[in-house]
Design a protein around this ligand. Structure first.
Ligand SMILES: [Zn+2]
Length: 411
């Protein structure tokens, strides 16, 4: 069910809003009841926005299958809900206009309930009594539009069978039949996997979870993951978030994703070890490189950089010939690609194929040593937008090279 006409909810005025978690980040307090057998959810979510992050409007998106029963904002704010279609498929858009943005924090409390089913075709999420994977695609909690805003959380979730193993970033605990999740690292969504029969192995530098740790796929991920972490830490410094957890799931939809301290990989059956290596190196690279909202042109700062870094890992682990095989197929795919910059949101071809080739060309132009130094210098505080990247590039390689690289991104 969706709400047809926008409506407004106002609340009383309070002087100051206490901020939980990091003072610089939004914090979510989630109370949720899942009914995996029937694919349903009811939730109460309180979002605390620190003063510095209050914008007017603030826009959140939530699954359009949820029926919202109340939205309260403190201090008083105007709230509108509309049904939309776009980057996230069908969803509800919740627009909150604070009276005095930037001066006081904002607290938003939402209550909603409704069906919670897998979304996408084939879906990236699952919900059943013995196998659950919730993430951004589920839109099971309201997420900041653009998907680039990180927040901390504590969540108390009922309905996840006590015989399921749960993997999530941060702290995972159980108490009186409830699943307790909390995370201070910050992430653009609350993602977790709950599966019957998951087993845990200590990877070198990460925890690894899979149903069958002895399978060829699991052993490849463990081996390549350990080598990739070693390679990346030598370049960018220590992994920013610990503990780091990698969980292997089975589903029809290929492709995994990474969040701070958490990576989901898919067991798609046997695949060449070099592909496993490139894949896991890309996902681990996101632990450093994950800026740029997904609906903006700055997305390349996340996907293009991660893919370039993954190619460098492939070169180091499997040799230049193997790397060149990947490059050749990327050149093929990138032939008809549009510009990386200047046209808003980009497709996979520009982000994963053309972009990394442009970074390879930049490497040739300015020398590997300078490009490596540039990335090593940026890694602790990755650029939030393209201008920041270009500025750092011009400091390392000069204005002319930076302008030349920018032109290549816009071509
Ligand atoms: Zn990626």
């Amino acid at each position: 069910m969706r709400i047809g006409a926008p409506f407004a909810v106002s609340a009383w005025l309070l002087p100051v809003v206490a901020v939980a978690g990091s003072p610089a980040m939004m914090h979510y307090s989630v109370g949720a009841k899942l009914d995996p057998a029937h694919g349903a959810l009811s939730a109460s979510v309180t979002i605390t926005v620190p003063a510095a992050q209050v914008t007017s409007p603030m826009v959140f998106v939530l699954s359009d299958s949820a029926t919202i029963s109340s939205i309260d904002a403190t201090p008083r704010a105007e709230v509108a809900v509309s049904s939309e279609e776009g980057l996230y498929g069908h969803y509800q858009k919740i627009t909150i206009r604070a009276a005095a943005p930037g001066h006081a924090g904002l607290r938003i409390r939402l209550r909603y309930a409704g069906p919670l089913g897998p979304s996408g075709d084939p879906p990236m999420d699952r919900i059943s009594p013995d196998d659950m994977e919730l993430n951004l695609d589920s839109l099971w909690i309201p997420i900041c539009a653009g998907f680039g805003t990180k927040f901390t959380w504590d969540a108390e979730i009922r309905g996840v069978g006590s015989d399921l193993e749960v993997v999530a970033p941060g702290r995972v605990a159980r108490s009186r039949g409830r699943l307790l999740l909390s995370c201070n690292a910050g992430s653009p969504d609350i993602a977790f996997v709950a599966m019957r029969g998951l087993r845990r192995a200590e990877g070198s530098g990460f925890e690894f979870y899979a149903r069958d740790l002895a399978s060829q796929e699991a052993r490849d991920f463990l081996r390549q993951g350990a080598a990739a972490v070693k390679f990346l830490e030598a370049w960018f410094g220590e992994m920013p978030v610990r503990p780091m957890r990698v969980v292997m799931v089975q589903r029809e939809r290929a492709g995994g994703y990474s969040r701070p301290g958490y990576i989901v990989v898919v067991d798609n059956g046997p695949s060449p070890e070099r592909s496993v290596g490139k894949f896991i190196a890309h996902e681990f690279a996101h632990e450093w490189w994950s800026t740029g909202a997904s609906d903006s042109e700055d997305r390349w700062l996340s996907e293009t950089l991660a893919e370039y870094v993954a190619l460098r890992y492939v070169e180091s682990a499997f040799g230049t010939e193997t790397r060149d095989t990947f490059l050749a197929s990327m050149r093929d795919s990138a032939r008809d690609a549009g510009p990386v910059l200047g046209r808003g949101r980009r497709s996979d071809t520009e982000l994963y194929q053309k972009g990394p080739l442009l970074l390879m060309a930049l490497e040739e132009r300015i020398g590997r040593e300078r490009l490596d130094r540039l990335l090593a210098g940026l890694a602790p505080k990755p650029p939030q937008n393209t201008a920041e990247f270009l500025q750092a590039l011009s400091q390392v390689a000069g204005d002319e090279r930076a302008q030349e690289f920018e032109r290549s991104l816009r071509r």
